[in-house]
Design a protein around this ligand. Structure first.
Ligand SMILES: Nc1nc2c(ncn2[C@@H]2O[C@H](COP(=O)(O)OP(=O)(O)OP(=O)(O)O)[C@@H](O)[C@H]2O)c(=O)[nH]1
Ligand SMILES: [Mg+2]
Length: 518
């Protein structure tokens, strides 16, 4: 027991040593130094249970050597611009009492793809993801098209105004109107604001407000800042085209250009840093399992269940996770793997917003195995599944990933929240689990192990080696030793169980088999 604990600590120390602290990597001509930050350092003092809790966040901090400056996101001039373009606030101090409107096309070729009821539920969930925001009233509005210059026709507009006025006279406080459409043009927004006499927000600006709240690492903050820029540009272009009131001045446009350039540079640096980290992990040969899925499907909860890591905090909020974090876990064969938590997907989010998170998703797509988590208790889960699959395959084409991974054929489909489903309605074509009750978790770990061993060309072996020989140290260094035991047939030898790649096995044979290892 004591030896097994020591062995675990030894291997854990190897991983920690590799991932913690300031490290310099040299890859060919590139050299960079970076820092990885554990979010729960106390956990590393000892191991309990079968898994070692470990998490590190790549905080995106890159050593720039001779004092080049870090880009400062705080900028009062920018805050004024972003506030007038999308009504987002720097700090969410104010309560918002929201009227949610879900416009949809009922007939014709432009008929909305998703059910309006589901879209409305998602819009309400977005509002509830902001701590001081309340949905006061919500309604669906059928339209012929979502592209009309004024969005709503005169009749519909009067109907909405009457509802708003009834709400206000009955004593309900309404402080803003959320039109659940990807983006509204500046013209549509201004007109609606004049009619409602309230700030009007679209899906893009509400999502940005959530992302601002949940961004913790430098990289996530930069990505959110970058995601705001295309929206502001589109509003500025609308202003120029409409020749109406000037909301944005020339000097503000210049400031935006400069900010965009700086953000691009900063993100490019982080991107190359991320690549170094990726290579570093590859060199260390830890198999990577990326966990992807629709927002709120239970990605963080599943990783918590798979790794038994107590520090992870799943939340009933959309876009709760914005940082890609890696969490160490053990497969049943005792091979150590890293589970990567990722940003969730959501339909009707304009591509400009998603693009800023592409670098983090690229990491996920390059994993050895991808676990696609789906919330099977959600009435719309098949549509959510399709959305994730379509976005992943289009990302595959637009990023450089396709050259090394032409197809996403390493995906394990997992149906989560099965505890919320009646027994008669369970789908049969996926691994059903409950991250809450831990139902199906061991079976899923077995499946992940099977795929990891297959994809990474590893195999489980038991080798008989001389007691106290250099073979054991070699195996600890070059393979994942999972168990050692005295050989019952020969007191001079021991049996070592290990998970090893074919190449390393050949090397071992070449080096030792003549010396008597079998
Ligand atoms: N009943 C039940 N609830 C679950 C299960 N798994 C997750 N949840 C709940 O679902 C909500 C979302 O869980 P998360 O793990 O944060 O989901 P996520 O996919 O990481 O969400 P984002 O990071 O926002 O994309 C939380 O309230 C969880 O407690 C499950 O198996 N059963
Ligand atoms: Mg999460």
């Amino acid at each position: 027991m004591a030896t097994s604990l020591m062995r675990r600590c030894f291997r854990g120390a190897l991983i920690r040593g590799a991932l913690m602290g300031r490290t310099t990597v040299k890859l060919g001509s590139i050299s960079a130094s970076f820092r990885c930050k554990y979010t729960d350092a106390n956990k590393f003092k000892g191991f309990k249970g079968k898994h070692k809790p470990m998490v590190f966040v790549d905080d995106g901090e890159v050593d720039r050597g001779n004092g080049s400056e870090r880009f400062d996101l705080e900028d009062a001039e920018y805050d004024a611009v972003v506030n007038s373009a999308m009504h987002v606030q720097k700090r969410l101090q104010n309560e918002q009492h929201v009227l949610v409107i879900q416009p949809y096309v009922k007939w014709g070729p432009k008929k909305s793809g998703s059910q309006p009821e589901h879209q409305l539920q998602e819009a309400e969930a977005l509002v509830r993801s902001l701590p001081k925001w309340r949905v006061e009233y919500s309604l669906k509005v059928p339209l012929e098209s979502l592209e009309k210059k004024q969005l709503f026709g005169a009749g519909k507009l009067e109907e909405i105004k009457a509802i708003l006025s009834d709400l206000q006279t009955s004593g309900k406080l309404i402080t803003c109107v959320f039109i659940s459409k990807g983006t509204l043009t500046l013209g549509q927004k201004q007109l609606l604001e004049q009619h409602f006499k309230l700030p009007v927000m679209d899906r893009y600006s509400v999502v940005i407000q959530i992302l601002r709240l949940h961004a913790i690492s430098t990289e996530a903050k930069l990505q959110v800042a970058m995601a705001e820029i295309p929206y502001i540009w589109s509003q500025m272009k609308d202003q120029d085209a409409s020749k109406g009131r000037v909301y944005f001045t020339e000097s503000q446009k210049q400031m935006l250009r400069l900010r965009e350039r700086k953000l691009k540079n900063e993100l490019a640096t982080i991107r190359s840093h991320r690549e170094l980290l990726r290579n570093k992990r590859k060199q260390k040969a830890y198999p990577i399992v990326a966990v992807v899925g629709y927002t709120n499907a239970g990605k963080t909860s599943l990783i918590k269940a798979l790794t038994e890591e107590k520090s992870l905090e799943p939340k009933d909020q959309l876009f709760a996770t914005l940082d890609v974090t890696a969490h160490a876990g053990l497969l049943p064969c005792k091979l150590e793997v890293l589970f990567m938590d990722t940003v969730g997907f959501m339909a009707d989010i304009p591509t400009g917003l998603i693009e800023c998170f592409v670098a983090t998703l690229e990491d996920a797509m390059l994993a050895d195995v991808i676990v696609h988590v789906q919330d099977v208790s959600h009435e719309n889960f098949l549509e959510q599944k399709k959305h994730v699959e379509t976005t992943l395959s289009s990302l595959l084409k637009t990023t450089g990933v396709a050259s090394s991974h032409p197809k996403l054929d390493n995906v394990i489909n997992v149906g989560n929240k099965v505890d919320l489903l009646p027994t008669t309605e369970k789908p049969t074509d996926m691994h059903l689990v409950s991250s809450k009750t831990l139902h199906g978790i061991n079976e899923l770990l077995q499946e992940i192990e099977r795929q990891i061993l297959q994809v990474t060309g590893r195999q489980k072996i038991i080798i008989r080696v001389p007691m106290g020989g250099s073979e054991v140290a070699w195996l600890y260094k070059n393979a994942a030793v999972t168990e050692t035991a005295a050989d019952p047939k020969d007191s001079q030898r021991m049996l070592v169980s290990a998970v090893i790649t074919e190449a390393k096995l050949q090397q071992f044979r070449h080096q030792f088999v003549r010396n008597g290892a079998r």
